[in-house]
Ligand binder design. Structure first.
Ligand SMILES: [Zn+2]
Length: 463
C-alpha cells in the first residue's frame, strides 16, 4: 500500500518535505529548510529519517527556501535522483539556493568573528559548492498539465498563484494496478492579486494535503493601500526612514508595483527607494521574463511600455559598498530589503541601525513565523537580539498582512469549494498549531470532510 510521511511543515510553517512511497519507489514532494527558532533550525542538522540515497525523485511545488532550501544538504548526503521543477522554479532556485548557501557561509563566518555560535567553530549547513551540485540535478518539467515521472508516479500541475512558477501538484500513484490521487496544494496564493493569477481549481482527490498558514484568520478586506500610504506620509512628515523587510520573491515585486501606483496617484511622495537585495533585483528580472503567470491588467501595463515594477526614483543596490552607503542617508527614503522575517540578510543590518530611532518606520508585509525577529517585532518587542547585539525598538511598527502571498481562511475555503467530491482524508500541513486547528474545525463544520492535522514524522497509508 502506498504511504505518505510528513518530514516537515507538520506543526510548523517551514521545512516542507512530504515523502510518498509506492511499489518500492520513493518520491519526495518539496525539500524545504526549517526556519524560525533554534529548535526548528536544529532539525536541519539532524539526519533525515530516510536515507537520502534511497529517494528516487524530488518534485518541487515552488522555489521558496522553506520548500527547497534543504536540497543541497540532501544531495551532499547522498541523493542522486533528478529534482523536478518547472522553468521559472528552476531559475528562481538558481538564485535562492546560491543565496541561501552564501548566507549560511556568511552567518557562520560572522558568528565565528563575534563568537556567538553554539557550534565551535561555526559551520555552514551547506556551502555554495554544495548548492551548485544540487542545481546540477535539476530537470525541467512543464509549467502546467500532465507529466509522467515513472510507471508508479504521474503528476498534473496547476498554477497555485503564490509566487512565480508556484504549482499545485496532483499526484497519481499506481501500485498493483490500483490508482490513488493525492493533491498537494504547496502554498496557495491569494485571489485578485496585482501581478499573479488566481490559484487554479482542482476537482478531485482521494487524499488532500493542504497548507493552513492563515487557517485561523482573514486578511483585512481592503487591499491596505490607504494604510500603507498613510504610514509612509507619517514617516516622511517626521523625517524618518521607512524599512520594509520583504521576501525577495514576490513580496518585493508586489511592493514595487504598489509603491509605483501610489506615486502615480500622488498618494505618496516620490521617495528614493532602495531595493537593497541582489536577489530581489535578479528575481524582479525573472518576474519580467516569465509572463506566463502574470494576470491581464499587469500584462496590459507592460504592453503599454510602462515598467510596472519600477518606482520613479528606484535604486537597485547590488554591491556591499552601495548597501553600506544607505546607512548615511538621513532624509526620508524607502529601503526594501530581505529577508521578510528578519531572520537574515541585509535587512538585519538596516534594522540594527534604524530601529532605535522613533522617527523611523518598519512595515511588516508577510507572514512572520514563530521564533523569528519579525514575529518579535509584530508582537511588540521593546528589544531585539540581532547578530548578537541588543537593539532597542523605538521605530513605529506597522503590520500589513494584506500583502501576504498566502490565501487567508476564506480564500482556502473558496479554493476547497472547487472539489466535486469529498477527499477520503484531508491532511493539514504548513501551519502553526492555532492556524491548523482552526482550519480543521472549519473544514469539518463547513464541508463535513475527514480532516487531520499532520504530525512531524507521521506516516499514513494511502490505501
Ligand atoms: Zn511559499
Amino acid at each position: 500500500m502506498p504511504t505518505l510521511t510528513f518530514l516537515g511543515a507538520a506543526g510548523s510553517v517551514t521545512g516542507s518535505k512530504h515523502l510518498v512511497e509506492a511499489a518500492g519507489k520513493r518520491l519526495l514532494v518539496d525539500c524545504g529548510l526549517f526556519q524560525g527558532g533554534h529548535e526548528l533550525k536544529q532539525r536541519n542538522w539532524d539526519p533525515l529519517p530516510v536515507e537520502p540515497a534511497s529517494i528516487d525523485w524530488v518534485i518541487l511545488t515552488h522555489a521558496h527556501i522553506d520548500h527547497t532550501g534543504y536540497l543541497p544538504r540532501l544531495v551532499s548526503d547522498g541523493f542522486r535522483g533528478p529534482i523536478l521543477a518547472n522553468p521559472a522554479t528552476f531559475e528562481l532556485c538558481q538564485l535562492l539556493l546560491r543565496d541561501s548557501a552564501h548566507l549560511q557561509e556568511e552567518d557562520a563566518l560572522y558568528a565565528a568573528k563575534k563568537s556567538y555560535s553554539r557550534h565551535k567553530p561555526p559551520l555552514p549547513l551547506y556551502t555554495v559548492e554544495e548548492a551548485e551540485e544540487a542545481l546540477g540535478r535539476f530537470q525541467e518539467i512543464p509549467r502546467s498539465g500532465p507529466y509522467r515521472i515513472s510507471p508508479e508516479f504521474a503528476v498534473n500541475l496547476y498554477d497555485a498563484g503564490h509566487i512565480l512558477g508556484s504549482s499545485i501538484v496532483e499526484l497519481t500513484i499506481t501500485e498493483d494496478g490500483k490508482s490513488t490521487v493525492v493533491v498537494f496544494t504547496g502554498d496557495l496564493g491569494r485571489y485578485n492579486q496585482v501581478i499573479l493569477k488566481d490559484p487554479q481549481p482542482v476537482a478531485r482527490a482521494d487524499y488532500l494535503v493542504t497548507e493552513s498558514t492563515y487557517g485561523d484568520r482573514d486578511h483585512p478586506a481592503d487591499p491596505g493601500y490607504d494604510q500603507l500610504a498613510g504610514a509612509v506620509r507619517r514617516a516622511v512628515a517626521r523625517g524618518g526612514v521607512i524599512i520594509i523587510p520583504a521576501f525577495a520573491v514576490d513580496r518585493s515585486q508586489t511592493l514595487l508595483y504598489v509603491l509605483r501606483q501610489l506615486e502615480d496617484q500622488n498618494r505618496i511622495p516620490c521617495l528614493p527607494t532602495y531595493l537593497d537585495s541582489p536577489m530581489a533585483i535578479s528575481v524582479t528580472d525573472l518576474y519580467e521574463k516569465h509572463r506566463e503567470d502574470h494576470q491581464l491588467v499587469f500584462r496590459a501595463a507592460e504592453e503599454k511600455g510602462i515598467d510596472p515594477l519600477n518606482c520613479h526614483d528606484v535604486h537597485m543596490t547590488r554591491s556591499v559598498p552601495e548597501s553600506k552607503q544607505i546607512n548615511n542617508i538621513r532624509t526620508p527614503c524607502i529601503i526594501l530589503s530581505a529577508s521578510g522575517m528578519v531572520s537574515g540578510g541585509r535587512v538585519v543590518h538596516h534594522l540594527i541601525r534604524r530601529l532605535p530611532d522613533p522617527h523611523n518606520l518598519v512595515m511588516l508585509v508577510g507572514y512572520q513565523a514563530e521564533g523569528t525577529p519579525g514575529r518579535a517585532l509584530l508582537d511588540g518587542a521593546r528589544f531585539l537580539r540581532l547578530h548578537g547585539e541588543e537593539v532597542a525598538v523605538r521605530a513605529e511598527i506597522v503590520d500589513l498582512p494584506q500583502f501576504s502571498a498566502h490565501a487567508d481562511r476564506t480564500e482556502i475555503e473558496r479554493w476547497l469549494g472547487n472539489f466535486q467530491a469529498p477527499p477520503r482524508q484531508v491532511y493539514l500541513v504548513h501551519g502553526e498549531p492555532e492556524g491548523a486547528a482552526a482550519l480543521e474545525k472549519t473544514l469539518r463544520a463547513k464541508f463535513g470532510w475527514p480532516v487531520e492535522i499532520a504530525q512531524y514524522r507521521q506516516t499514513v497509508n494511502l490505501g
